[in-house]
Design a protein around this ligand. Sequence first.
Ligand code: NDP
Ligand code: 2IT
Length: 445
Amino acid sequence: MYDSVEKFMANVVLKNPNEPEFHQAVEEVVGSLLPFLKANPKYADAKILERITEPERTIIFRVPWMDDKGEIRVNRGFRIEMNSAIGPYKGGLRFHPSVNLGILKFLAFEQVFKNSLTTLPMGGGKGGADFDPKGKSDNEVMRFCQSFMMELFRHIGPDTDVPAGDIGVGGREIGYLFGQYKRLKNEFTGVLTGKGIEWGGSLVRPEATGYGCVYFADEMMKHQKDSLKGKTCLVSGSGNVAQYAIEKLNQLGAKPVTLSDSSGFIHDPAGIDENKLKFVLELKNIKRGRIEEYAKKYNVKYYAGQKPWGITCDAAFPCATQNEIGGPDAETLVKNGCRLVSEGANMPSDTNAVHTFIKAKIMFAPGKAANAGGVATSGLEMSQNSQRLSWTREEVDKKLHGIMIKIHETCVRWGEDDGFVNYVNGANIGGFVKVADAMIAQGIY
Ligand code: NDP
Ligand code: 2IT
């Protein structure tokens, strides 16, 4: 039996050196699970924690490509196939200069629990490359994607491993990746999700992560007999997740007032309404510009090099990247009256921030619960591909909403204690049980 988190983590750190994000993600999960494992010794006997923290397979490969000047460039590509106990590996691809093995292992590890929470049959995986799409032409991005798929194609498949988007990988990149896979395999299959609507994509997949994260917040509010209506909300990031979180917040009568990118944030006290959001979609998805331009267009304040957590709010939706809320940021949020945090990004709150939120007993939803709507809708895209049918927008949205409500119920079931819902414990235990039971049923592997 594991006597302490520290003892278990010492071995994880020894076996996975220089991977601080992976250590952070594992430590949080093990912290939630230990009491549960003590009460249910079959999981310790089967060494589930030792097995679940070791990827089933790790693939690292060279991605050479030619830039517009005719110069050869080389990036590093990865795919972490973390766990296939309950379904084919499933999870996004991230293209960002910060990508390394440890970051992708943390993301793949989180994905295992998240996918289990969705109720759909999906294992966990994650991949990507240290390629920076910023400042690259469409042709450069295409050549990179084609080279990336040139190696990845032999490891994936609609019943094996189904990648999707993440930071730096959106509709454009999925298109280039899908086109290359199709040429290499001579097969038109649902090997990727987030596809265009004309060629196998699902309605609502682009919106799903942001919508889901707000649906989850709505459930947390309802559980406290409150609602999002009229609440001032901070949103960070200005990419896929942030954009559709803002859209759904507006639909539910809340007031989103911030957006950010890696250069800084804008504060629009009047609210980022539907029309202003249209400008953001054009700015970010087509012109690929910086959020500072919003401040110029609408004459609001831009804070260069800063994050939005100092603005007074009722609720916060971190939708940019990992560890974007530190301990001091969390203290500021709580001090200013923030009562709810719903993580659109993966692990945006660092360990100190999570402890601060839980100590303050605010409603805090970890990413693996709150942002599961994206991968859940990817699962719905896979179902539609298998059936060779497309569902209507209403059908998909209703299923997504239903899944987020179920994830909330699961968190309450496993995380409620004395009237307070610890969503971290709820998501970790709720996500773990199905995967662990499946691993035991399938023997030692
Ligand atoms: P996008 O690439 O569309 O947008 C990312 C946004 O976050 C951009 O505004 C970007 O700013 C900002 N950002 C990225 N890296 C950093 C950084 N190191 N520091 C500060 N800002 C940063 O990605 P998504 O919206 O798809 O993803 C956002 C988060 O949501 C990620 O954590 C991702 O893992 C998570 N997520 C995404 C899902 C999806 O379906 N897409 C599903 C579940 C979770 P800039 O342009 O300056 O880089
Ligand atoms: O972090 C995530 O859940 C994603 N980037 C989406 C994964 C997916 O397979 O849709």
